[in-house]
Ligand binder design. Structure first.
Ligand code: BES
Ligand code: MN
Ligand code: ZN
Length: 493
């Protein structure tokens, strides 16, 4: 993890190597955003005219660099577009901060004046925009950005600004933690090593840690996790990390899919893009990072992450199409396709998590290609009990991660009926694949429990170019959504 040191400043013209200012599109022209005025005043000449002269339009995330004048401590002004002046959202501040900060590797110290618009968004955007993962590069390139001073808003108390910056820094750290897990290649991140790293992180944050190895899983009857993990030389794990907050208002169970690599198993995947299945543990990465974050932010909640970890491989011990697995809790599942493995390890984990009698259950997973077909690569599909599902989807959008409520149509459920067992793991058709997976999970959720399933198959991994504060590779979605839901539950119950 290489995040810059984050600090506050009260002056847009304080010492820094680069100063980030915002500008917007207004009518036919451009306008300076909040926070940019003092930099413009120090500029010898007309800053807006200079931006106009180089063709700057103010469109969202456009980045234009200008040499800074003598009077300013900074050597360079990094002007970043915020889009239309009357529609600047917190997420736009986050993305623009990220886009500007991404251009500053090799720089020691940056000052982000977008904090004057939205301190939390500017801080998160800059911290995450500075994220790089070079653990496996011999030549590390430019040194990552060392420090960001974020300009405080004009109003509000200094104490509140400090608390906001602290929270933003911890949230960005949690996202970066998830990204690091995802970006670590599957030859180094496999169930046992993932479990070790998650346990170490949990212990360092003062969490209760439990790790079940393959022997313990067998003894307790985790047939889903053992079935899926059987084809790998590297046996599965179940990790549980628990945070018990002060004056807990509610008990929240988190569950995340930890397939450290998904070949498809005997129902093997085609070669194209199979490498991206290194990210099939993104849900696990997100819930591990989130429970640690809950502890660091001292939410008045009890939060337990239950994280099944397995590698889906076609080895000699692999489960087969046709097998019937006896799941944790006693249900039986007929396996018709070994590539629908996530739901099998998640079913075991959901049943285990539910034994704690939580008030809410949030499960997240890179579960279906159908999610990407339906909603694209940046909008998660959210299923579950009606009210909580809608609440999670709305908070996902407010957090800027994108989420949309999806139904579990009654008529699809019967298509999971099995000739042999209680349930099959796939249907005989390809319709509504994301929703079918939701139905499968629902079979393992106790009646009456408020629950949400967040399918992040598309959003968890950026196979394209960097954008906003999103680097290539693991994105850390939905850590900020989970953080927002936990904060909302801590506040409203
Ligand atoms: N890990 C995949 C889903 C996935 C696909 C994640 C693309 C990220 C990007 C999952 O295990 C899977 O293989 N799902 C199958 C289910 C099918 C066999 C019912 C799928 O979506 O094709
Ligand atoms: Mn699969
Ligand atoms: Zn998978």
């Amino acid at each position: 993890m290489t995040l810059p040191k984050m600090a506050l400043t009260d002056s847009a013209t304080a010492t820094a190597d680069a100063v980030i200012i915002g500008f917007t599109r207004q009518g036919d022209g451009i306008a300076l955003a909040e926070g940019a005025q003092d930099v413009a005043a120090a500029y010898d000449g007309d800053l807006l005219a200079a931006l106009d002269a180089v063709g700057a339009s103010g469109k969202a995330e456009e980045v234009v660099k200008l040499p800074a004048p003598k009077g300013l401590a900074a050597k360079v002004i990094v002007a970043v577009g915020l889009g239309d002046a009357d529609a600047v959202t917190p997420e736009q501040v986050r993305r623009s901060s990220g886009a500007a900060t991404r251009t500053l590797s090799g720089t020691k110290r940056a000052l982000n004046t977008l904090g004057a618009i939205d301190l939390q968004a500017a801080a998160e955007g800059s911290a995450l925009g500075a994220y790089v993962f070079t653990d496996y590069k011999s030549d590390k390139g430019d040194a990552p950005l060392g420090r960001v001073d974020v300009l405080s808003p004009a109003d509000g108390a200094a104490k509140d600004h400090r608390a906001t910056l602290k929270a933003a820094t911890l949230i960005a750290e949690a996202v970066a933690t998830a990204r690091d897990f995802i970006n670590t290649p599957p030859n180094d991140l496999y169930p046992a090593s993932f479990a070790d790293r998650a346990a170490a992180l949990g212990r360092a944050a003062g969490l209760d840690v439990e790790v079940l190895d393959e022997k313990a899983l067998k003894k307790a009857g985790f047939g889903g996790i053992l079935g899926v993990g059987g084809g790998s030389a590297r046996p599965p794990r179940l990790v549980r990390l628990s945070y018990r907050g002060p004056k807990a208002r509610a008990k929240v169970a988190l569950v995340g899919k930890g397939i450290t690599f998904d070949t498809g198993g005997i129902s093997i995947k085609p070669a194209a893009k199979m490498d991206e299945m290194t990210s099939d543990m993104s849900g696990a990465a997100a819930v591990v990072a989130s429970v640690v974050l809950a502890a660091k932010l001292k939410y008045p909640l009890e939060v337990t992450a239950t994280v099944p970890m397995a590698e889906n491989m076609p080895g000699g011990g692999a489960y087969r199409p046709g097998d019937v697995l006896s799941m944790y809790g006693g249900k039986t599942v007929e396996v018709l396709n070994t590539d629908a493995e996530g739901r099998l390890i998640l079913a075991d984990a959901i049943v285990r998590a539910s034994e704690d009698e939580p008030d809410y259950l949030i499960e997240t997973s890179t579960l279906t290609g159908a999610q990407v077909v339906a909603l694209g690569s940046r909008t998660a599909g959210v299923m579950g009990s009606d009210d909580f599902r809608d609440r999670v989807a709305e908070l996902a959008r407010a957090a800027g991660e994108g989420g949309w409520a999806m139904p579990l149509p009654e008529e699809l459920r019967g298509d999971l009926d099995s000739r042999l067992a209680d349930l099959a793991n796939v249907t005989g058709h390809r319709w509504g694949g994301m929703l079918v997976a939701g139905h499968f999970l629902k079979e393992f959720v106790p009646d009456g429990l408020d629950w949400a399933h967040i399918d992040v198959a598309g959003p968890a991994f950026n196979g394209g170019s960097p954008w906003g504060y999103t680097s290539k590779g693991g994105t850390g979605v939905p850590v900020r959504t989970i953080a927002a839901v936990l904060a909302d539950i801590a506040e409203a119950g």
